[in-house]
Each structure stands twice: as C-alpha cells, then as structure tokens.
Design a protein around this ligand. Sequence first.
Ligand SMILES: Nc1nc2c(ncn2[C@@H]2O[C@H](COP(=O)(O)OP(=O)(O)OP(=O)(O)O)[C@@H](O)[C@H]2O)c(=O)[nH]1
Ligand SMILES: [Mg+2]
Length: 258
Amino acid sequence: MTRALVVIPTYNERENIAAIVSRVRTAVPAASVLVVDDSSPDGTGVIADELAAADASVHVLHRTEKNGLGAAYLDAFAWALAEGFDPIVQMDADGSHQPEQLTRLLDALATEPPVDLVIGSRWIDGGSIENWPRRRQWLSRGGSAYARWVLRLPTRDATAGYRAFRADALRRIRLDDVHTRGYGFQVDMLWHAREAGLVVVEVPVTFVERERGRSKMSAGIVIEAMMRVTGWGIRSRLGRGLPQPASSNGSETKRSRA
Ligand SMILES: Nc1nc2c(ncn2[C@@H]2O[C@H](COP(=O)(O)OP(=O)(O)OP(=O)(O)O)[C@@H](O)[C@H]2O)c(=O)[nH]1
Ligand SMILES: [Mg+2]
C-alpha cells in the first residue's frame, strides 16, 4: 500500500483544484494525486499543470472533451494500473469527500482478511451529510435504495463516489464492460464488482456540500442512472436469477461480498 494514488476528475473546478490537491498531500503525504481534466473551459487543467510542475507527486491527465465522470475514471484507472499504483482512490474535486478522512478508507483496505473495495458511506452509522438541501438528500437516498433493491446490492451507499480500490481488484473487474458516463458509474462499478466477487466494506464519512463552483449533476445524469439500473435488474433476474442477499457484521464498518 505504499503507492497510493488519489484520482480527482475535474470539469470547471478552478476554485477548488488547488485546495483539494493540497489537502490530500497534507493529509496523506505518501499518496500521489492524478487530476483528470476534460479540457475545462475555466482553465482548471492549466492550474493542475502548475501544481504538477511544483510537486512530483501530482500528475495530470488531459482529455480532449467532456465525456462524463465515468469515462474520466476509466482512463485514470488504466493509467494508474500501468504506472503500478496501489491502492487507487476516487475523490471529487469540490471538497465533498474530505481528504482528512482518507486514512479511514486506506486503513479499512489494509485489514485482514483482505478487502477489495472500501466505500466512504453517508448512509451507515456514523456517516453524515453537511449542508445538503432536503431534496438532494432524498434524491441520494432514493437512488441508492432503488439500486440496492433492484440489483439486490448489499451496499448501503450505492452511489457514493469516495472509494478506495485495491489495484488487483480493479484488474478483476471487467472495466471494458462499464459504459455508464454519469453518476450511475458508481452503481455500474458495484454491479461489476459483485460479478467479479469482490469483498466490499463501507466506512462512515462526512460528506460536505460543495462551497465553490457549480454542480455537474443534471436530470440527464439521473435518468441515465435510473434506466441503466432498471436494465441491469431485469438482466440479473432473467439471465442469472436473483443475486445473493446482503451480509453485514453490523459494526462501524459494513463488510460484504459484493
Ligand atoms: N473529468 C471530468 N470530471 C467531471 C465530469 N463531470 C463531473 N466531473 C467531476 O466529478 C466530480 C463530481 O461532480 P459534481 O459536479 O461535484 O457532482 P455531484 O457531486 O454529483 O454534484 P454536487 O453534489 O451537486 O456537487 C467533480 O470533481 C467534477 O468536477 C466530466 O465530465 N469529466
Ligand atoms: Mg459534488
């Protein structure tokens, strides 16, 4: 676990990028950072290049067009695996995922018996959300509950974006079969994680609403996620019968075979 990499996808995060990179480097100095920028018109990529020039542990992947969070992560995973990083962490640029809580995820990944994927969860005991309007809370809870019900996923926070993967676990997932672009990507990865038989654990985190910059959440992203989850649910029932139900140890961390 000596070569951790924190992947931060960005689109128009000029006001956030320097602060989040600095917070990661301070919270876990051994961790490197990869910013994946989709040619942000606001110059986020230029700022990221400046951060990389000043710190050898900061890297930047420039993509030519805005293609969604999922596509950015898939490119980043390929880069990270080729470079030999392990573990590989997903983190938003807007401060919602606090770098100061990263060690919770890394510690849970380092336990015995081995865990493949740790999720920073808002919806288990100890998890919380700061400053989210009630409407967003219900959207998140509802989306997660729907995905859990349709797909019989044991994960309480199925749409969470704060995650740490063992590199080997990412190699076992069929990443070329993950096609969701928007935030349904998180559910898509869980669905594939279960197919790969990965062990998934949730640890509580405090999710903080972004203070600066604009959300990229849209109705189209929500609809894409709902339609895909419904399609996977039908596929699962028709093709392979019902997936196995959840298992939990009921302690601070929730452990399950995905
Ligand atoms: N590279 C890239 N990053 C993206 C894209 N869309 C969103 N992001 C980044 O993904 C992260 C999550 O996006 P947000 O806009 O915060 O979405 P969200 O967290 O679901 O929405 P809010 O809670 O309202 O902020 C942020 O770091 C964004 O900059 C994209 O198309 N490409
Ligand atoms: Mg956000």
